[in-house]
Design a binder for this molecule. Structure first.
Ligand SMILES: Nc1ncnc2c1ncn2[C@@H]1O[C@H](COP(=O)(O)OP(=O)(O)OP(=O)(O)O)[C@@H](O)[C@H]1O
Ligand SMILES: [Mg+2]
Length: 401
């Protein structure tokens, strides 16, 4: 992938538009450095015209030594002999005039080709996957529709990314009616359905080409546009995609449909934690209780459960302690009800980014930090021989739900 760094969002967006979907805009050098530390397979960094020359040259000098396969491309408002000489000395890959967007595209394409050839000759991994600890995968689930899964998943992903502090990928597994793209006002060039023809060669390079970036630290893999496409996506492909993402992101957050389908089960198998959502109404609580019993029956480790109550302050005559007694499990997070939530979805901006001090944002951020980040991830995936058994059992159980 190619990173773009520019201090002016409008300029960064122009460069992003010119270079296409397989690029990521990063808002600061600090974020860029952290990103490069984690993503060892990056091909190129485009340094925009508002970044001062000295900083850009220092980056190129450092990368020439520490990451020879990474090309630094410099974009300037004016390209004169002095800039070209300095850039050459620093080991800059190419200098391009800001108005020459076609030249920039060609430079980045050349940089990518060169990086690929360098990797082929040195035999190094395209993604640096083997150097990186696995990220944490959190699946957001509730067996009843409309409980707030998409609301929690989008906001949890944004809270974990924390404006670029961490690298997060949000995956929309609601393959028939996914609305992550709408909730985040994205215009994706690709969806998860485009992974099907890539199945044989599914590495981070291939998966990255399907992602739609949202904001610093947060990217997305959105659901197909056509509802009927879901059947053509095998669950095994979902497992592979999630596995690749886990190896390359700090956190992977998965939004789900309100059903235990094969795709959701594949996500459960890969999950380090499952955020199980309910609201204070009897059908939602009944479904959560059945879900928990099912997970218990399957020996799905209770340490992975994270019970979350959405619209927790609704005055509906159900007390929290009664709910916990019925569920036989503690509710660890409560998200209040607020009309600002649908308003933020209509604006296409997660409320944790739009209004970080809002009670809903504070609740989701506290949940993210205390029960996801502080709890750490884990390598303890479900062994593959158990997965098939679990699927059969879960499917039988799902018919009851
Ligand atoms: N805490 C909240 N306060 C007010 N409204 C909320 C809250 N959480 C969710 N909503 C609203 O409830 C509706 C359903 O939320 P959401 O789409 O997140 O649910 P879902 O579980 O993803 O639904 P589905 O099962 O259809 O995918 C949305 O209109 C959303 O704005
Ligand atoms: Mg949803």
């Amino acid at each position: 992938m190619t990173c773009i760094i520019d201090l002016d969002p409008a300029t960064a967006e122009t460069l992003h538009q010119a270079l296409g979907a397989d690029t990521l805009v990063l808002a600061s050098f600090e974020v860029l450095r952290r990103h490069l530390d984690v993503h060892l397979g990056e091909d190129a960094v485009v340094v925009g015209p508002t970044v001062d020359l000295h900083t850009a040259l220092t980056l190129a000098e450092q990368m020439r030594v520490s990451r020879p396969s990474l090309a630094v491309v410099l974009v300037r408002r004016r390209v004169d002999t002095s800039v070209l000489t300095d850039a050459l000395r620093a080991g800059m890959f190419e200098v391009v005039d800001e108005r020459d967007l076609a030249g920039l595209t060609t430079a980045v394409r050349r940089a990518r080709d060169l990086a690929r050839k360098l990797r082929e000759t040195t035999g190094s991994s395209p993604s640096g996957e083997e150097h990186r600890p696995r990220g944490t995968l959190v699946t957001v689930f509730s067996a009843k529709g409309g409980c707030g899964k998409t609301t929690l998943a989008t906001n949890l992903a944004a809270a974990l990314a924390d404006r670029g502090r961490r690298e997060v990928c949000l995956v929309d597994l609601d393959l028939a009616f996914g609305d992550v793209a709408i909730a985040l006002q994205l215009f994706p060039a690709h969806t998860i359905a485009d992974a099907v023809p890539l199945a044989e060669t599914l590495d981070i390079q291939a998966v990255s080409s399907l992602l739609t970036p949202h904001s610093a630290g947060l990217t997305t893999l959105v659901a197909p546009i056509e509802p009927g496409t879901a059947e053509s996506i095998p669950a095994s492909l979902i497992s592979r995609v999630l596995d690749v993402l886990k190896r390359n992101y700090d956190y992977v957050v998965v939004d789900t449909p309100p059903a235990f389908d094969d795709h959701v089960l594949a996500a459960f198998d890969q999950s380090d934690m499952v955020a199980l959502l309910a609201t204070l109404d009897i059908p939602a609580l009944k479904n959560l209780k059945l879900t928990l019993e099912t997970l218990d029956l399957l020996n799905y480790p209770r340490e992975k459960w994270r019970l979350v109550l959405n619209r927790a302050d609704s005055k509906v005559g159900l007390a929290l302690n009664e709910v916990e007694k019925t569920l036989k499990a503690p509710i660890i997070a409560q998200i209040p009800s607020s009309r600002d939530v649908p308003a933020s979805i209509n604006r296409g901006v997660p409320i944790v980014l739009d209004d970080p001090k809002h009670p809903v944002s504070l609740a989701i951020k506290a949940f993210a930090e205390r029960y996801i980040v502080a709890a750490g991830g884990g390598e303890d995936e479900v062994p593959s021989d158990l997965r098939t058994d679990r699927r059969g059992l879960l499917r039988r159980r799902a018919r009851v739900l």
